[in-house]
Design a protein around this ligand. Sequence first.
Ligand SMILES: Nc1ncnc2c1ncn2[C@@H]1O[C@H](COP(=O)(O)OP(=O)(O)O)[C@@H](O)[C@H]1O
Ligand SMILES: [Mg+2]
Length: 342
Amino acid sequence: MNAPTTAAPLLSARGVDVVYEPARGVRIWSVRGVDLELAEGEFVGLVGESGCGKSTLGFALTRMLRPPARLEAGTIAFAGTDIATLTGEALRRQRRGGFALVLQSGMNALNPVRTVEHHVRDVLRAHARPGERWDRASSRDRAGELLAMVELDPDVLGRYPHELSGGMRQRVSIALALALEPRLVVFDEPTTALDVLVQKAVMGTISRLQAERGFTALLISHDLGTVLEATQRTLVMYAGQIVEDQPSAALRTGRHHPYTEALLACYADPRAPEVTLGGIPGSPPDLSLDLPGCPFAPRCPEVRDVCRVIDPGLTPLGPGRAACHVRAAEVGLPVPEVEHVG
Ligand SMILES: Nc1ncnc2c1ncn2[C@@H]1O[C@H](COP(=O)(O)OP(=O)(O)O)[C@@H](O)[C@H]1O
Ligand SMILES: [Mg+2]
């Protein structure tokens, strides 16, 4: 693992709130007060059950939120510039060589009537720098390089998305995301739609590219196993909040947020001598409601009175941080007292 860096982070998000307003009077708080830092070259995982706001956060960080979602509050400093409110050409300038998003389903990201070569040319032309010209020959050369980078044959250039397997489409999506040499790539469940063996191969490619090219990566996945294997640091998200932030290696042992421990219990390490599968009773809360206290309290086997009324916020635990009154008390941190509420 890389030593902690003292340099300014590449990305620093503060107080990010994202709300969906799918209908008049309906407000779904999908990301709630998220603070997040990503160091240059760091490979970070973002894990949590489905519906916890991972994709919404990934979209917010790469400025890909679309209505009915709206960034309600917060700043997103990318390489020193707040990109949260940028629009038009200023945003396009930051995106070029800045940040990119890879989605779960390569088919949805690709246009069914354009060949792979067309897709690459479209990206290069859409983001061309002033004076930069991408003609057929030069964009084909660049497309060939990009395909080789993601381990695809040159003959893929002339194919349409429906002529590619799921794994190949995902490799094309990765190539397109890397075409402008971004410093940050957010991968949103990049292998979830693929067969197990293809998943492994595509994750291997992502890890190799990250190591070789040194971009900062945020890997979003509901699968803790994938995240622990690939990343240096893991963020655990629950009900729109980051509830734990640890070096990935540290998650394999020690005490953690009860939600993290429940996720760990669900994840069976196939190399472990004995495999026990846990489960998490209940489901994440309705995000249209006000959630006082710790959002996990209703499902937490260790819940105390204080958990139901006061949000713990991230505090030191082990080498990282967790948002849990119970764990804070265990390591001797002060925990507010509340009157028993029946
Ligand atoms: N298009 C949408 N319209 C309304 N609400 C949405 C929409 N997409 C997501 N949400 C809300 O945001 C929450 C978080 O969604 P999402 O970010 O996709 O979670 P995850 O990626 O962790 O599965 C969902 O539980 C849902 O309440
Ligand atoms: Mg998602």
